[in-house]
Write a protein that binds this ligand. Structure first.
Ligand code: ADP
Length: 374
C-alpha cells in the first residue's frame, strides 16, 4: 500500500487476519501505518525510483491516498507491476475535471459544472448556474482544502485564489442539498462487486464529522439508486478495490455525485465494527482477486464520529472514563500527531435506537476532546 496514513493502518488488522503481508510505503517512520506494519519502507511516493523499489517487493500495489503522480503509475504498469486500482481508473479520483467529464458522458447525474480558465469566466458560469458557485482545484485537494464557495459578494481576491495553484479549476453550481450521502462498493478484477448500505455523512468545514449507517429515513428507491450508481461507476471505470461515491441528496429528492475515492474511505470506517466484512478487508480481498465478503450491517444502525485534532489533551487517560461508561463503544486511534482539524481517530457505536447511539458516540468524542469532563 502506497501511503502511511490511517487507511493503511486500518488495513493492517484485516491483512493480519487473512495472513496476508501488508507492506507500506510511508513518508516517515512515525506515520500512522508505519508504526504498525513490519519493516515499513520509507520513501517518497512522488519519486518514481522509490515507487519502483517498493513495488519490486510486492505482489500487488494499492493505495492509501490519491497523491501518486499518474505518469508514475503508468510507468509502473509498463514495468509489469499489478497496480490496483489501475492508473486509468484512479485518474478519475485524482482529477475532478476528468471525473466530471467521464461521469457526464456516462449519464451519471452531477451538479452543473464547467472548467474555468480564469477568474473572469466565473461570473458568466455563475449566471448560467443560477447564482452561487463552488470552485475546486481539479487536483490535490482533500478534506475541503481546494474548495471555495463564491457568492455575488465574494471579494475578487478570493475568486482568484483557486487559480494560483496553476492547475485547471472546476466550477460547479452550489447544490441545494438536504444532506450528503455516500455509497461505498468494492469490486474485484473479475467483476464481482458488493455494495455497502448507503450512509449519511455529516460535514463541517469540508471535513466529515459523523457517519450514520444506513442513512436515516432514506427511501428504499433512492438507496438502491445510489448503490446502483456506485456499481455502475465501478464497472464503467474498471475500478478494483473500494470505491466511495460521495453524493448530494437534493432538497427535491434527487441524487447528484459530488466526488469519487478509490480506496477505503472515511464514510466506510463504520464497517470495521458495524458490518460483516470491513471495507479494509474487502479492499484487500478485491485487490487480491479473492471472493468478496458480505457487506451486510451487523446492527440496525451504526454511528461513527470522527475525532479531529485541536486542543486535544493526552488521549489515553480519557479511555478509563469512556470505556467504563460505555463498554459497547469502540475506539480507534490513529497514532497521528494532533493538529487542528486533522482526523486523528474515530469512535463507533452500533445497535438499535439511533438517538442513543448518537448520544453515546458524541459523548465519547467530546470527552476525548476535552469539551466535556464527565
Ligand atoms: P474534498 O475533495 O476536499 O473532500 P469535496 O469536493 O468533497 O472536496 O467538497 C467538500 C465539501 O464541500 C463537500 O462535502 C460539500 O459539503 C461541499 N461542496 C462541494 N461541492 C459542492 C457543491 N457543488 N455544492 C454545494 N456544496 C458543495
Amino acid at each position: 500500500m502506497v501511503g502511511g496514513g490511517q487507511l493503511a493502518r486500518m488495513t493492517q488488522p484485516a491483512a493480519v487476519a487473512l495472513g496476508v503481508r501488508l507492506k507500506v510505503l510511508a513518508a516517515a517512520p512515525d506515520e500512522s501505518a508505519a508504526q504498525v506494519v513490519n519493516d515499513p519502507v520509507i520513501g517518497d511516493e512522488k519519486a518514481l525510483a522509490d515507487l519502483r523499489a517498493f513495488a519490486a517487493g510486492c505482489d500487488v500495489l494499492t493505495f492509501d491516498h490519491e497523491q501518486v503522480p499518474p505518469a508514475w503509475l503508468k510507468a509502473l504498469e509498463a514495468d509489469g507491476v499489478l497496480v490496483r486500482p489501475g492508473s486509468a481508473a484512479l485518474l478519475h479520483a485524482q482529477d475532478k475535471g476528468v471525473m466530471r467529464s467521464r461521469l457526464t458522458a456516462l449519464g451519471v447525474p452531477c451538479p452543473r459544472w464547467a472548467i474555468v480558465a480564469s477568474p473572469a469566466e466565473v461570473a458568466p458560469f455563475a449566471a448560467s448556474a443560477g447564482g452561487d458557485v463552488v470552485l475546486k482545484t481539479t487536483r490535490g485537494g482533500y478534506d475541503g482544502k481546494g474548495v471555495w464557495l463564491v457568492t455575488p459578494s465574494t471579494p475578487a481576491e478570493i475568486v482568484e485564489e483557486p487559480f494560483r495553484a496553476g492547475v485547471p479549476v472546476l466550477a460547479e453550481e452550489r447544490v441545494d442539498f438536504a444532506r450528503e450521502l455516500s455509497a461505498v462498493v468494492a469490486r474485484s478484477p473479475h467483476g464481482q462487486a458488493v455494495a455497502y448500505p448507503v450512509v449519511e455523512s455529516v460535514q463541517r468545514d469540508g471535513i466529515c464529522v459523523e457517519v450514520v449507517a444506513p442513512a436515516p429515513g432514506l427511501s428504499p428507491s433512492l438507496a438502491v439508486e445510489a448503490q446502483r450508481l456506485a456499481l455502475t461507476v465501478a464497472s464503467a471505470l474498471d475500478v478494483v478495490g473500494v470505491l466511495a461515491v460521495e453524493l448530494f441528496e437534493t432538497t427535491d429528492g434527487r441524487l447528484l455525485v459530488n466526488e469519487l475515492a478509490m480506496r477505503p474511505h472515511n464514510s466506510g470506517h463504520w464497517t470495521i465494527d458495524g458490518a460483516v466484512t470491513s471495507q479494509f478487508e474487502n479492499h484487500l480481498r478485491a485487490v487480491l482477486d479473492l471472493p468478496l465478503g458480505s457487506p451486510a450491517a451487523r446492527a440496525p444502525y451504526t454511528v461513527m464520529v470522527n475525532l479531529l485534532g485541536g486542543d486535544l489533551p493526552e488521549v489515553y487517560s480519557t479511555y478509563r472514563h469512556i470505556m467504563a461508561r460505555d463498554p459497547e463503544l469502540k475506539v480507534h486511534w490513529y497514532g497521528k500527531g494532533v493538529r487542528p482539524g486533522r482526523k486523528v481517530g474515530h469512535v463507533t457505536a452500533y445497535g438499535a435506537g439511533l438517538e442513543s447511539l448518537r448520544e453515546r458516540a458524541w459523548h465519547a468524542a467530546d470527552y476525548i476532546r476535552g469539551i466535556i469532563d464527565e
